[in-house]
Write a protein that binds this ligand. Structure first.
Ligand code: ATP
Ligand code: MEV
Ligand code: MG
Length: 328
């Protein structure tokens, strides 16, 4: 039996635009998904995923492509719930060539689903690491990141960046532009998260931005302008200039909002943080609902968010220095 964990992330800058080759800067944070993998000799894949919003369920089905789980739940929900884990196991078979071996896979996660904190990447990264090690193969974080990216790319209909998966596999603050992925130095950032209790569908939100970008030149320009913000943000990050970082985060949020991926509750939390004196605040990840990230070294933002209508949870996030961790 093997156990691996991997962290979630927030985007300081650049989500969505990164899908079109602009740079982005995500930071891994200390909320983790943990995957336990154990071989089965009958070739079946059995997934225990008690934290899924499907009320918690256990599925058992053949790992054979096209075979559907025997669970009484709508097909679309099941597909959404299981495809990242299926994709991760396919990558494991691709690495090890042992596709007649099945697995018991157990997922435990502190990362809310579909909320912009990269739950999918953390689950895929930790599943690939645990299941390859269970078959005696240990991959470097860079290779886990590449294989996890292939999974996200397939599940998100061919529209995904390497940002979430690279960040989760390697930890720390990273910079991703196309296939150029690297670690960057970041000062200790006073990150505060607000969570509205909801979720957005990453695939759908990415498609929405793609359509706007194809329809309007000014939407394509907006995506490029997000890239300009990221380039400015890198200098502010290197200089440890929180005020400038916050100003650029505010600008980034405005452009994401223009691209249609914010929501009433995300905007309300962003304004709650700004009114409390945060240096800046923006939505993180795909949007549609879920989380915002603010910069504030004082307790004010966290307190204000806990009283903001639409905010269900507010907490401080620590940078996760380590990406994938091998626990057993
Ligand atoms: N605890 C979990 N157990 C099983 N599957 C999970 C778990 N957490 C996440 N997943 C998978 O990840 C999917 C959510 O991924 P999605 O990309 O939509 O959101 P996210 O990664 O949390 O947010 P974002 O991509 O915006 O950062 C779920 O539908 C499920 O397939
Ligand atoms: C919206 C997006 O940029 C980030 C989701 O966390 C999609 C991606 O990079 O694959
Ligand atoms: Mg995701």
């Amino acid at each position: 039996m093997t156990v691996s964990s991997a962290p979630g992330k927030v985007y300081l800058f650049g989500e969505h635009a990164v899908v079109y080759g602009e740079p982005a800067v995500p930071c891994a944070i200390e909320v983790r998904a943990q995957v336990t993998a154990e071989q089965r000799t009958d070739g079946k894949l059995r997934v225990h995923a008690d934290d899924l919003s499907l009320d918690g369920f256990t599925v058992e089905y053949d790992g054979t492509a096209g075979e559907h789980p025997h669970v009484d739940a709508p097909e679309s929900l099941l597909m959404a719930a299981t495809q990242y884990v299926d994709g991760a196991i396919e990558q494991v078979y691709d690495v090890t060539d042992e596709d007649d071996i099945g697995f018991d896979v157990t997922i435990e996660s502190d990362i809310p689903l579909g909320a912009g904190l990269g739950s999918s990447a953390a689950v895929v990264v930790s599943a690939i690491d645990a299941a390859t090690r269970e078959l005696g193969v240990t991959l470097e974080p860079d290779e886990i990141a590449e294989r996890a990216y292939r999974t996200e790319h397939a599940v998100q209909d061919g529209q995904a960046s390497r940002a979430d998966t690279f960040c989760s596999a390697t930890g720390g603050a990273v910079r991703v532009e196309g296939d150029d992925c690297r670690a960057i130095d970041a000062p200790d950032l006073p990150l505060v998260i607000g969570f509205d209790g909801g979720a957005g569908d990453t695939g759908e939100l990415v498609s929405g931005v793609r359509d706007l970008r194809e329809e309007y030149d000014f939407a394509a320009d907006t995506v490029e302008t997000i890239g300009d913000i990221v380039r400015n943000g890198e200098d502010a990050l290197a200089a440890g200039d929180l005020e400038e970082l916050g100003r650029l985060m505010n600008f980034n949020h405005g452009l994401l909002s223009a691209l249609g991926v914010s929501s009433r509750s995300l905007d309300s939390m962003v304004w709650g943080a700004r009114d409390a004196g945060a240096h800046g605040a923006k939505l993180t990840g795909a949007g549609g609902g879920g989380c915002i990230v603010a910069l504030d070294p004082t307790p004010e933002t966290e307190t204000a968010l806990s009283f903001t209508p639409g905010c269900e949870d507010a907490f401080r996030a620590e940078l996760a220095e380590t990406g994938v961790k091998r626990l057993e």
